[in-house]
Design a protein around this ligand. Structure first.
Ligand code: SF4
Length: 262
C-alpha cells in the first residue's frame, strides 16, 4: 500500500474515527467492518495470501512498509507544527519508560491478569483428556440419531466457547497493562480534558474481555460438570480481577468507545 492509498482510505467519511482503538480486534465477529479504517487497510492486502501469512517475508515487508509510511506522515505533521523530531533527546524518556513499565508489570491488576493466562493454558493442556467422554457421548448421539438432540450444534457451541476464551486469554492482560501504564504515567489524566482517557478505555476493553470470558467459562462448566472445581477456581480468579480493575478504574465502565457505545 502506498501513502496515497492510505490517505484515501483515511479520508473515507463513512469511517468512525478511532473505532479500532478500543475494540477487541475480533474483526470476524465485528459489525463495524465497513466503518473501520484498520479493517479496510487489512482488506486491501487480503487478496495476497502471502502478505497475510506471518511466516512469509511478504507479511513482514508489508508491515515494514506501513510503518515507514506512517512514520513519514508523522514527520511531515511534526515539521508543519515546527517540531524537529530528530532533535528530541529521548535518553531521559527511555529511562522513565523502563521504570514505568516495570512498575506497571508489578501492579496487582497486571500480575493477576498474567496469572490468568497461565490458568487457561494449564486447563487446556488436559483438554483432549477432558473432552474424551464428551466426544464419545456426542458420537453416540449422532449414530443413534436421538430425537431432540443436535450433536453438531453442541460441538459448534463447545468450539465457540473455547474460541472466546482463547481470544481474550492474552488480550485481558495486554489491555490491563496498558491501562495501568497510562494511569501510573499520568498520561491524559486530566479530568477537565475533553479527550477520552486512554487508561479507562483500555480498562473497559479488558473488562469486556473478562465479562465474555466469565460467560464462556460458565458455559464450559455446564458442558463439563466433572470440571466444576477447576473451572470454579478460574471463575473466582476472573471475578476478583474484574472487581480489582473496576476499583482501580472507577470510570472505565462509563467510558464511551467510538461506534460501540454511541
Ligand atoms: S473495530 Fe471491528 S473491524 Fe475494526 S479492528 Fe476492531 S474488531 Fe476489527
Amino acid at each position: 500500500m502506498d501513502k496515497e492509498k492510505l490517505l484515501k482510505l483515511a479520508e473515507n467519511p463513512n469511517n468512525i474515527t478511532g473505532i479500532y482503538n478500543y475494540c477487541n480486534r475480533w474483526c470476524e465477529r465485528c459489525s463495524f467492518t465497513s466503518k473501520c479504517l484498520n479493517f479496510q487497510m487489512g482488506e486491501e492486502e487480503s487478496a495476497d495470501t502471502e502478505s497475510n501469512d506471518i511466516n512469509n517475508k511478504k507479511f513482514w515487508d508489508k508491515l515494514s512498509e506501513i510503518f515507514k509510511i506512517t512514520l513519514e506522515m508523522i514527520y511531515e505533521d511534526a515539521a508543519k507544527m515546527g517540531i524537529d523530531l530528530d532533535a528530541i533527546d529521548t535518553t531521559d524518556f527511555t529511562k522513565k519508560e523502563e521504570l514505568l513499565n516495570q512498575e506497571a508489570e508489578n501492579h496487582v491488576c497486571a500480575t493477576e491478569s498474567y496469572k490468568y493466562i497461565d490458568m487457561v493454558k494449564k486447563w487446556f493442556e488436559s483438554y483432549s483428556e477432558i473432552t474424551k467422554s464428551k466426544q464419545h457421548e456426542l458420537t453416540q448421539k449422532a449414530e443413534l440419531e436421538i430425537p431432540g438432540t443436535d450433536p453438531i450444534k453442541e460441538i459448534e457451541n463447545i468450539n465457540d466457547v473455547c474460541d472466546v476464551i482463547h481470544w481474550y486469554q492474552y488480550q485481558i492482560h495486554i489491555k490491563t497493562k496498558r491501562a495501568i501504564h497510562g494511569m501510573l504515567g499520568n498520561f491524559n489524566d486530566d479530568d477537565e480534558s475533553d479527550y477520552p482517557n486512554d487508561s479507562d478505555g483500555s480498562a473497559k476493553v479488558a473488562l469486556i474481555g473478562i465479562d465474555d470470558s466469565i460467560a464462556a467459562w460458565g458455559e464450559l462448566m455446564n458442558i463439563f460438570p466433572s470440571e466444576e472445581n477447576e473451572i470454579l477456581n478460574i471463575l473466582v480468579h476472573l471475578e476478583r480481577l474484574r472487581k480489582t480493575i473496576e476499583k482501580t478504574f472507577p470510570k472505565a465502565r462509563a467510558f464511551k468507545r467510538a461506534g460501540f457505545d454511541d
